[in-house]
Design a binder for this molecule. Structure first.
Ligand code: AGP
Length: 607
């Protein structure tokens, strides 16, 4: 996620801006910049790379001026570059933005037609030109006009050369806080950037527009109705603030999944038309029909997402799919050719085995598509086409929000391809689109079971072995649940196709062994229950994951965690959440380093 800072007061703004941005580095970024009002002119200094690159660029030529805004960019639209870095300027205005302006293409066309000239590929720059276009002398009114036409998610801060005594900021679906000083005030995306300056804050809410001056902060809504806010006193220390008050990045990221899903769906589902769109993809119907096979290649959690993707593509788009572990794919002389599509999935976009597999697929003539969370990553740059997940930076080694957004990307992609190949009727698509729109709320409901899952994790944390069972999509999620548990709690965990148990593994089931059974797939539900009964017959302990309303599970399982009823294809994005929380709490009670488990790295850039 991008980072925003702002300063207005008696000191040199640039000092606070650069220091404030350094406190937001944990959010992940690829470029940085500041804008300062120097001698009543906006001076912008920005560049691609780390903050040190910006410091080097500034050198001793630090902008003088006591009002400014700054930004660290986590690229979404437009690769990392000096020109795409924020702040963006148009006329007398400078702005910084965290989020996604969904309707920027249409707004940009209208502005270009009016003669506006753009310098970047970003969605954000549109906001600066809109402000310039609407400004008739009243800064606040111009900002309100802009907010009436943009769609999407944003935290925004604006500066105007005509108004050297104020910064205006506002938010929708992205965080923004105001630090209240004495004769000076601060703006930031997150508390770590202001905690060393002041602990008195306004935590902004959606729709609030703040006019920040050295002597005070005035807040109104878009209709000019004044809003009074309570001062929030920050009690966290700096480290806790980076985790937004959560004990670990993993728990923070598990809880960020509703927002990650919202951001990844944003601009890709059309609720009126009940359709899926990928503006970034340029396949034609004929090209899609030429594809007679799809290979999905990835590692670890991304590989598990690929297995779910196989079910989606085969069942919805009726295309044969092979899923490979990248380190295997690259050495098995895969039968890839010009009529196949190879999809590589990678959160970091830098995993060495996956990058090598991508290059092998391209060498063999395949068309390639990357599903990745990092704009401008090696895999994103080398694939023919890219579908980004917008989960924001994932800091914990154990992947959580990246996984659910990968599933989301694969489902939306499958619906998109199915539509191009006419293998899915409009009614089915409409049902899936409606379920996708409700998914963030369903995940929020699922997260409310944390206490129940915490108790079960603590109960089973002393065990040496835990088994995960499921069939079809439930089996694919069981694989991910087992990886989560073993990689952070160091408990031996294995996932099995439930029907496979009797072919050997059943020998390992003895009284008391915990077995987690996923039972969300209605078409094979009875078979899964039979397997669950096989497990119970060996006196193993069963924790079942099922849909709310399926109370019959309580007749078979020792414990049941319910997830909100949803379309079977969306069940994986919900059923994985209890498994993530189970792993987190088991690791915690075993005293493991949840965010940095032993022997593991966040991005494996070696073979
Ligand atoms: C998952 O929790 C692990 N951190 C690991 O398996 C990871 O998914 C794998 O290394 C792939 O990483 P990538 O998605 O960045 O390519």
């Amino acid at each position: 996620m991008c980072g925003i800072v702002g300063y207005i007061g008696m000191h040199r703004a640039a000092d606070y801006l650069v220091n404030g941005l350094s406190k937001l580095e944990y959010r992940g970024y690829d470029s940085a910049g500041i804008a300062v009002l120097e001698n009543n002119k906006i001076r912008v200094e920005k560049c691609v790379g780390r903050l040190d690159a910006l410091r080097t660029k500034l050198g001793n030529n630090i902008p003088e001026g006591n009002i400014g805004i700054g930004h660290t960019r986590w690229a979404t639209h437009g690769r990392p570059s000096d020109l795409n870095a924020h702040p963006h300027v148009a006329g007398k205005f400078a702005i910084v933005h965290n989020g996604i302006i969904e309707n920027y293409l249409k707004l940009k066309e209208e502005l270009l037609a009016k003669g506006h000239e753009f310098t970047s590929e970003t969605d954000t720059e549109v906001v600066a030109h809109l402000l310039e276009d609407y400004y008739e002398g009243d800064f606040e009114e111009a900002v309100k006009k802009v907010l009436r036409v943009i769609r999407g998610s944003y935290a925004l801060a604006f500066m105007c050369e005509d108004q050297p005594d104020m910064i205006i900021c506002t938010k929708k679906d992205n965080p923004l806080v105001i630090g209240l000083g004495d004769g000076e005030n601060f703006i930031a995306s997150d508390i770590p950037a202001i905690i060393n300056e002041t602990r008195r804050t306004f935590i902004m809410s959606d729709g609030e527009i703040a006019t920040v001056t050295p002597d005070g902060v005035w807040i109104q809504d878009i209709n000019g109705v004044p809003i009074s806010k309570k001062v929030f006193i920050v009690s966290w220390n700096a480290e806790a603030a980076e985790k937004s008050g959560y004990d670990h990045f993993m728990l923070k990221e598990i809880n960020e999944q509703p927002k990650a899903i919202r951001d990844t769906v944003s601009g890709r589902i059309n609720l009126e038309e009940k359709n899926i769109a990928f503006p970034e993809l340029c396949w034609t119907e004929d090209e899609m029909k030429e594809i007679n096979k799809i290979f999905i290649v990835a590692c670890g959690t991304a590989y598990h997402a690929g297995i779910v993707g196989k079910y989606y593509l085969e069942q919805l788009a009726r295309i044969p799919v092979e899923v490979d572990i990248a380190s295997e794919f690259r050495y098995r002389s895969p039968l890839v050719d010009g009529n196949s599509l190879t999809i590589v999935i990678s959160q970091s976009g830098e995993t060495s085995d996956t990058l090598a597999a991508l290059r092998e697929a391209k060498r063999l003539g395949a068309r390639t598509l990357a599903v990745t969370n990092v704009v401008g990553s090696s895999i994103a740059r080398e694939a023919d086409q890219v579908v980004y997940t917008y989960a924001g930076p994932e800091i914990a080694v154990a992947s959580t929000k990246a996984y659910t957004t990968q599933l989301l990307a694969m489902l939306m992609l499958s619906i998109y391809v199915a539509r191009l190949r006419n293998t899915l009727d409009k009614r089915t698509i409409a049902g899936l689109v409606t379920a996708l729109a409700n998914l963030p709320n369903a995940v929020e409901q699922t997260l409310k079971h944390t206490e129940t899952i915490k108790g079960l994790a603590e109960k089973y944390s002393p065990c040496n072995d835990v088994f995960f069972l499921g069939r079809s999509l439930d089996y694919a999620v069981a694989l991910e649940g087992a990886l989560k548990l073993k990689e952070i709690s160091y408990i031996h965990a294995e996932a099995y196709a439930a029907g496979e148990l009797k072919h050997g593994t059943l020998a390992l089931l003895v009284p008391g062994v915990p077995v987690i059974v996923l039972a969300t797939q209605e078409d094979i539900y009875d078979k899964t229950i039979s397997n669950l009964q096989e497990v119970k017959a060996r006196e193993a302990e069963v924790l079942a994951i099922g849909f709310e309303g399926d109370s019959s599970l309580e007749n078979y399982a020792d414990h049941v965690v319910y997830i909100p009823k949803t379309d079977k294809y969306l069940a994986p994005m919900l059923s994985v959440v209890p498994l993530q929380l189970f792993a987190y709490h088991a690791a915690l009670v075993r005293g493991c380093d949840v965010d940095k488990p032993r022997n593991l790295a966040k991005s494996v850039t070696v073979e």
